[in-house]
Structures are given as C-alpha cells and as structure tokens.
Design a protein around this ligand. Structure first.
Ligand SMILES: *[C@@H]1O[C@H](CO)[C@@H](O)[C@H](O)[C@H]1NC(C)=O
Ligand SMILES: *[C@@H]1O[C@H](CO)[C@@H](O)[C@H](O)[C@H]1NC(C)=O
Ligand SMILES: *[C@@H]1O[C@H](CO)[C@@H](O)[C@H](O)[C@H]1NC(C)=O
Ligand SMILES: CC(=O)N[C@H]1CO[C@H](CO)[C@@H](O)[C@@H]1O
Length: 443
C-alpha cells in the first residue's frame, strides 16, 4: 500500500564484486519444449518454463489518457506466452507510462501488486503514474491527474502479475501456483519488452512492489540473475542480459510470519492468524491508528473499490483496448488460493536476494510505522539476517533520524517532506543521493 506520509525508512545500499553462487536454477530455455520431457507424456505446463512469443501493443500510440497531462504518453498491451506444448495459453497485461523527460534514457521501474492475487494497477493509479484514483461526485471511483507522478523522472512499467490478476488472463490449466514459477513469466515478459524497446535497456532498472511483493521480488530477482548467469555460459544465447540495479520489496506477510515464528516458535498458521486477528480489533491492519471494519474490505481500503470502478470504466477500457471478454480482477481469490495451498507464503524468500546483492543489486525497504501487516520490525529482522557480504556493516550501521519522515538505517548515501516523500525516496534512491546528512544525529 502506498502511504502519503512515510513513517519509517530503512535503506541499505550494496555494491560489491561479482560472485557466482551455486545452485543456479531454471536455466533459460532457448526454445519451447526444451524441458527434458520424453515423447508421449504431455508436459505439465504449469510446472514448465514458457516463452513470451509475442509482445502486442493494444493502445493507440497517439492517444493521451484522459486523466493524464497533455503530452503524457503511455503504451499498453499484452505479452502472449507459449507453453511447453507449443500453445499460447497465457497473456500478461503491461502498461508503460513513459517518463515525461527523455524516456529513452530514464530509469525503468517495474511495478506489480501484492496479494498473492492483487492487481498491479494500484500503485500506478495511486501516485506512481500520471493519474490517481479518487472518489468522484457520485461516490464512485474516478481518475484525476496525480500531482507527484514518478513519470516526472522515470518510466513506470506496470504488469498484471501473476497471470490471472488484473487484466492478465490465461487458461485455467496454465496458471502458476508459486512465486518462483510466476517469476519465470516476468522474466519472459521482460525479455520480450527489452527486445521491442532496446533503447530502454540503457538506463537503470528497478523492481518495485508492496506487501506480498516482498516474496515476489526476491523470486524475480533470482530468476533474472540465474538466467543471466546461465546465458553467459552459452555463446549463442540471444538473451538480453539486463539485471535490476535496484529493488524495493516492502516486507510481506510471510516475513512477519517468519520473524514471529522465529521469536515465539509458533506455527506459521498461528502466526498468520495472529496477523489477521489484528483486523478484528476494528483497526485498519495497514494503518493501526485508523478505525475501520475489515469485514467490509472497501471500508478500510476505499481506494480498491475506486480502482475497480476506474478499471472497469469505458474510458480506461477504450484506451487500453483489452479484449471484450477480459474483465479486470482487482483481487484474484483464485490466485491467492493456488499460492496458499501450495505453501508459497511460508518461504524465506528474502534469502534469494543474496546472490544478486553480492553482485551489486541495491535494496531499499520502507515501511509505514503503523502498518501491522508489513511491520517494520520484521523487515529489520530479515535485513539483519540476510547473509550478504554487507551483513556485518548493515548490522553495525547506526539508525539516523529523518526529520519529518521517520528514521532510517543506511550504509551509503541514501532528505524530505510528507506528500511527495514517496517519489523523493524513489528518485534519490535511484540517483544514489543521500536522504539525510550523514552527520545527522543517530537515534
Ligand atoms: C503446483 O503446480 C505444480 C505444477 O503444475 C503441481 O505439480 C503441484 O501439484 C501444484 N501444487 C498444488 C498444491 O496445487
Ligand atoms: C500516430 O501519429 C503519427 C505521427 O502523426 C502517425 O505517423 C501515425 O500513423 C499515427 N499512428 C496511429 C496508429 O494513428
Ligand atoms: C553510491 O554512492 C556510494 C558512495 O558515494 C558509492 O560508493 C557507490 O559506488 C555508489 N553506487 C552506485 C551504484 O553508483
Ligand atoms: C526483531 C528485530 O530485529 N527488531 C529490531 C528492529 O529494528 C530496531 C532498530 O534497528 C532494533 O532496535 C530492533 O531490535
């Protein structure tokens, strides 16, 4: 969830020499069906990598989104995936909001939702993109220009991830049930995207999400990193080797779960239950000072209902031109269920960041200090536990006050007000600029 006032920020900047990690997984298959199946048996397509074989643009390149500023550009479309049986069975929606200045050289920030099962359109429509949702005169959702759009500085590339959420769709037998396999699809999408827009590979590349993104991102980073390494071993590889320079996974439920389990030895289910129970106190689990009825999810998160209205509106549908039969799914319970029953929520995903961090990935984690779901305590905990070449330095770095915002722990340059703090954090982070003076008081 986006927060207007960022209560707390933790940052760690990591740059070091490259080190190859054992256990490289999921070597990139250069052709469809190279998954080691012997003749006869039908491959289990959900368990196999696929390829984005077509990147389709569905929006009119000359149209301006009704709620955006004059001159703003955005491009929407689908990546169509072909499975191990050679069938096109999955379709990932993407929407690129072009940077206002010099888009070809501006960073690309890949954005998706949490969940598992939440649409990736929330962040681009609540501050990251040129439009934001609000309550219209009739109380229904409406889209208006966003004051602090990240597109002032960066390209925002939003996707419906995993396929099955938002405007992304596929045959039921094609839908993934784990963050790891869903990460294959993100990588396949990115390969197709970089091929179509090669100039965008020149700039910085950042991956950003919230909530369950704390599980998705390490999996995606790991798949990209592993496949890049594998491609480097193959002289004929056609892979576009583009690594994320930065990632911002806001801690997810499972991180809280893991840390609770660690300290009280409760089972995961009890731990997860404890977090949900927070909702029964009549407080917004994401914002503990706010009273709301979690049983009526739109009471706590009216933005969700508004986004739903906007995404279903003719104005948006006629702009992005998704097929008539595709209906926007803000929260895919089906996706949640598939991931949940497969145990995807009980994984120490943060550990997957280690090889990429040791190879130069920079990681930014920020939390609202009244967020009970993505609690700052648990994230500090996993950041401290993360075994990287920077672990000792991070553990001994002081916590620094950030006037007006909160506090942070930084290892390298990582300053601000409330309304536009979110964009400022992002931009400063990408530019590797300091947030606060390093001689500021330690807490
Ligand atoms: C998840 O998907 C894989 C691949 O299709 C399958 O083997 C596995 O049984 C699924 N797990 C669950 C719990 O559905
Ligand atoms: C968009 O505008 C350009 C320049 O005016 C024109 O060449 C192009 O055909 C237009 N594209 C579409 C799809 O209308
Ligand atoms: C960020 O800045 C620090 C300190 O100035 C420097 O050591 C580091 O190399 C920079 N990182 C990148 C990725 O530019
Ligand atoms: C559980 C845990 O690691 N808690 C830590 C959270 O971060 C603060 C500030 O660094 C520490 O004081 C806590 O010990």
């Amino acid at each position: 969830m986006l927060r207007k006032a960022v209560g707390l920020l933790l940052a760690a900047s990591f740059v070091t020499a490259f080190r190859l990690e054992p256990g490289v997984q999921h070597a990139f298959s250069t052709h469809v069906g190279s998954s080691g199946h012997t003749g006869g048996a039908t491959p289990d397509v959900v368990g196999q990598p696929n390829l984005a074989t077509r990147l389709e643009m569905t929006s009119d390149p000359n149209a301006t989104l009704f709620c955006a500023r004059k001159g703003d550009k955005s491009t929407a479309g689908y990546a169509h995936f072909t499975n191990a049986n050679g069938e096109e069975d999955k379709h990932m929606f993407w929407w690129w909001f072009h940077a206002r200045k010099d888009p070809e050289n501006a960073p690309v920030v890949l954005i998706f939702g949490g969940g598992p099962g939440s649409s990736g359109m929330f962040m681009p429509f609540s501050g990251a993109g040129p439009c934001r949702v609000t309550a219209g005169e009739d109380g229904a959702g409406a889209a208006v220009p966003a004051e602090y759009s990240w597109t002032d500085e960066v390209n925002v590339l939003a996707i419906g991830h995993p396929v099955g959420v938002g405007h992304s769709y596929g045959t039921s037998s094609s839908l993934r049930n784990s963050s790891e396999r869903a990460a294959w699809d993100v990588d396949d999408f990115l390969q197709a995207f970089w091929v179509k827009y090669p100039s965008l590979t020149k700039g910085l590349f950042m991956i950003q999400s919230a909530s369950y993104g704390g599980t998705y991102i390490p999996n995606i980073v790991n798949v990209i990193h592993s496949r890049n390494l594998a491609a480097a071993e193959i002289s004929t590889s056609a892979r576009v080797v583009k690594s994320p320079d930065a990632a911002s996974p806001v801690p997810s439920l499972h991180d809280a779960e893991m840390s609770i389990e660690r300290f009280s030895l409760q089972t995961c289910d009890v731990a997860v239950g404890a977090i949900y129970a927070a909702g029964l106190t009549g407080r917004n689990p994401y914002h503990a000072t706010q009273a709301c009825n979690i049983g009526e999810v739109y009471d706590c998160f009216p933005e969700m209902g508004r986004l739903n209205d906007v995404m279903h509106s003719d104005k948006i549908r006629s702009y992005i031109k998704v097929p008539d039969e595709v209906h926007f799914v803000y929260t895919s319970e089906d996706t949640f269920h598939r991931f949940y029953t497969n145990g995807d929520m009980a994984q120490p995903a943060y550990q997957l960041l280690t090889p990429a961090i040791n190879a130069g990935l920079r990681v930014l984690v920020y939390n609202g200090n009244t967020d009970g779901v993505c609690s700052w305590r648990s994230n500090v905990s996993w950041m401290r536990l993360l075994k990287t070449t920077h672990q000792a330095a991070f553990r001994t770095a002081p916590d620094i006050a950030w006037p007006g915002v909160g506090w942070l722990r930084q290892m390298m340059p990582v300053t601000s007000s409330s309304e536009d703090a979110f964009r400022e954090i992002l931009v400063k982070w990408l530019r590797n600029e300091t947030f606060v003076d390093t001689d500021a008081d330690s807490l």
